[in-house]
Design a protein around this ligand. Structure first.
Ligand code: SF4
Ligand code: SF4
Length: 289
């Protein structure tokens, strides 16, 4: 049987999804593999402290590269590129890899055949052992592109290892937002847990992630974190969820001891107590529905 993948995401950062993912990793009672798919700001490792066993470069998509020694500065490539990825510098064409989409058109129009496509290192993929099982994570290089590809690679390795180990569960800490990395973290998963906290933008953030889940035909459930920092907004979120038919899986209160536990390097399962246990049970029920 293929492993069941739960991805914890949120419409914006700072909702506490990483702490909740770490708690779920500690609470699961079956063999599991963890993955941090937030490759721009990977934080799950700060809480789960993986002992590194593997590290490999991530190269991403191939982009155009000009052999400056052979370039005659005719400007054909620059005129062709619709992405503004080529500039002339000291009479030679230079490609900005951050803008190149790898279409290959400039290779075709260059009369000197002095452009080829090359892969540049865009980040690092890592594996480590945590107290709860293996964990895959990655870090995108500053300004690095192809974050969706790197997210897909992290998930692919986690899935491969879970299948090899016959681990029935994969827990993924997803990236915030609804862009390419979030889409890459959710595509083909089993369940999305959408973490929201009662802030002013909570409902619009939530609605955008739910739209994404629906586009991907992905089952989801809502987890309200720190619900008691604004009981009124929490009530509003619950009312909208009821009206829209969005399942609310649980609500966890704010507790200063949670932040203290995390800064002490502990996973705050005890501090979150019964509401966390109820949330986890609801997630498992929703996952098996
Ligand atoms: S490969 Fe395409 S996007 Fe990249 S520089 Fe050449 S024409 Fe522009
Ligand atoms: S088309 Fe070729 S020769 Fe002309 S500027 Fe571009 S890289 Fe240089």
């Amino acid at each position: 049987m293929s492993p069941f993948e739960i991805v914890v995401v949120s419409g914006k950062g700072g909702t506490g999804k990483t702490t909740l993912t770490a708690c779920f990793a500690a609470m699961a009672e079956v063999p599991r593999v963890m993955a941090d798919a937030d490759v721009d700001a990977p934080n799950l490792g700060i809480i789960l402290s993986p002992r590194e066993t593997e590290s490999r470069p991530f190269f991403g998509m191939k982009v155009a590269h000009v052999d400056a020694a052979r370039c005659v500065g005719c400007g054909e490539c620059l005129r062709f590129c619709r992405f503004g990825a080529i500039v002339m510098k000291d009479g030679k064409a230079v490609v900005d890899p951050g803008f190149c989409e790898g279409c290959g058109g400039c290779l075709l129009v260059c009369p000197e055949s002095c452009i080829d496509k090359r892969a540049f290192q865009r980040g690092v993929l890592r594996r480590g052992e945590t107290d709860f099982g293996p964990m895959w994570h990655a870090r995108l290089a500053p300004g690095g592109e192809n974050s969706g590809m790197l997210v897909a690679l992290v998930r692919k390795e986690a899935r491969r290892e879970a299948t090899e180990l016959k681990a029935p569960l994969i827990l993924v800490d997803g990236p915030p937002g609804v862009g390419c990395p979030a889409t890459s973290s959710l595509t083909g998963a089993g369940l999305a847990v959408l973490v929201v906290e009662p802030s002013r933008s909570a409902l619009s953030d939530l609605r955008r992630v739910i739209d994404l889940c629906r586009t991907l035909s992905l089952p989801f459930g809502v987890a309200i974190n720190r619900w008691d920092i604004s009981p009124e907004v929490t009530e509003e979120i619950r009312a909208v969820c009821d009206a829209e038919g969005w399942p609310v899986l649980g609500a966890v209160p704010f507790d200063e001891r949670i932040a203290r536990a995390v800064s002490d390097g502990r996973i705050p399962v005890e501090e979150m107590g019964r509401p966390l246990a109820e949330l986890w049970r609801a997630i498992l029920r929703r996952g098996s529905a």
